[in-house]
Design a protein around this ligand. Structure first.
Ligand code: ZN
Length: 76
């Protein structure tokens, strides 16, 4: 029983965190337009395609590659 309660609690915490991240991302996106990693202006085309982008094309591609590498080499 305790396990089920704990799992429910964790799921609720995760949902709240995910929601906060989405809200935070949306409020930060429109005001910046500057890459958070290299402080270069984010490409206009990229912002038009994704108004919530926080990184320029180069840094976003780099971050994607890193997260993919982490997933691939993560625990099996
Ligand atoms: Zn950048």
């Amino acid at each position: 029983m305790d396990d089920i309660d704990f799992a429910t609690e964790r799921a609720e915490t995760f949902n709240a965190t995910a929601l906060q991240m989405v809200l935070r991302r949306q409020s930060a996106a429109v005001s910046t337009g500057i890459c958070l990693s290299c402080s270069e202006p984010i490409e206009t085309e990229r912002l038009e395609a994704n108004p919530h982008a926080r990184h320029c094309c180069d840094c976003a591609a780099e971050e994607e590659a890193v997260s993919r590498r982490v997933k691939r080499c993560g625990p099996r």
